[in-house]
Design a binder for this molecule. Structure first.
Ligand code: AVJ
Length: 328
């Protein structure tokens, strides 16, 4: 299955596939603690399933965040000075952000917004939504890139502006503590300084609430996680020999020590992808996603190395967001 190297110096789309394959193989060919990185959860089907998750009765984070922004939007805008550039990581279709931007326009009479997202189709939706939903003087700039590359581009284009980097949706929950610490250091290096961070995170809470949010009765989350595995195996070009080969059991574990929900697939029969050196033993399980839950202290630990300090925090019963400032 050798591919010829590209002759014109451009990266071949097959190179991209090979990189993805290597990432999957690294996680699945380990002796123990096998895993598939969470990014493989979001192919087209996965994105649809995630949208269904946000509408589930049991899945509280999505609604809790909207309620929180709703309740505190006035006070939150107090912490975003007039003239600062609001930069959103993973803006998606910007529906949640529209609310915040409206409040900023109402307060300052104007607002400048930059949305960063890897999906260009989301950015098109964001442009439409913001035109329709935000009234008054709003400028919109959209950057198709991953978070850190996007922030570098924003800083290069607006070298002297004060930034307010907004990260909604508890996306940081997918990062391990270590990865999150590195991530905020990368953020800080990309923006250099004059930056505040508005970070929304799910808070640590009782077992039962977490368990039902990630193991819903209708099995939508289960389908979402299974789809991630099918997606990864499709990238590897693996065709299961029998229908039962890939039959799996979905398991949710609440890790008290690391304060995270862990989502696994267990394979009673095991399976192998010999051409990639992957052997899942009968009964072995694969970690598909973590969703970390936070406390004030854990947010501090995660962002302090990057020089961000807590300025203000808002919480409702189950969800929280914080304004963090870098050292000017
Ligand atoms: C998109 C990371 C916020 O962790 O709650 C939902 C993803 N996974 N159900 C979360 C998810 C299973 C979600 N985040």
């Amino acid at each position: 299955n050798e591919q010829s190297p590209s002759v014109n110096g451009k990266t071949d789309p097959d190179d991209n596939d090979r990189v993805l394959q290597e990432i999957i193989v690294e996680g699945l060919s380990r002796k123990s603690r096998k895993e598939v990185p969470y990014r493989f959860l979001y192919d087209d089907r996965g994105s649809e399933l995630y949208e269904s998750i946000t509408k589930l009765e049991e899945y509280y984070p999505f609604r809790a965040e909207i309620d929180l922004l709703d309740e505190f939007v006035e006070d939150i805008t107090n912490h975003i000075p007039d003239g600062s550039l609001v930069v959103e990581l993973g803006c998606g279709s910007a529906l949640k952000t529209a609310h915040l931007l409206n409040a900023l326009v109402a307060r300052h009479g104007r607002c400048r917004f930059v949305g960063i997202d890897v999906s260009e189709s989301f950015l098109d939706e964001a442009r439409c939504n913001l035109m329709l939903l935000v009234e008054g003087h709003l400028t919109v700039d959209l950057v198709p890139a991953d978070y850190i590359e996007g922030l570098r581009q924003v800083r290069a284009k607006y070298p002297n502006d004060s930034l307010c980097v907004v990260w909604l949706g508890s996306g940081v929950g997918n990062f391990s503590q270590k990865d999150a610490i590195y991530f905020f250091e990368d953020v800080s290096n990309a923006v250099k300084s004059r930056c505040r961070l508005f970070l929304c995170t799910d808070m640590w809470k009782k077992d039962e609430i977490l368990r039902s949010a990630y193991h819903d009765k209708q099995g939508v989350t289960e389908a979402f996680i299974r789809n991630g595995m099918s997606h990864a195996l499709r990238i590897l070009g693996h065709e299961p020999a029998t229908a039962e080969e890939l039959s799996s059991v979905y398991e949710v574990e609440i890790n008290q020590q690391l304060k995270q929900v862990e989502m696994y697939l267990r394979f009673p029969q095991g399976f192998a992808v010999p051409k990639h050196g992957i052997h899942i033993r009968p009964g072995e399980r694969v970690l598909m996603e973590i969703s970390r839950k936070f406390t004030r202290e854990s947010i501090h630990k995660m962002t302090e190395n990057a020089g961000f300090h807590l300025q203000s925090a808002w919480h409702n019963q189950i969800y929280g967001c914080q304004m963090l400032l870098d050292e000017y």
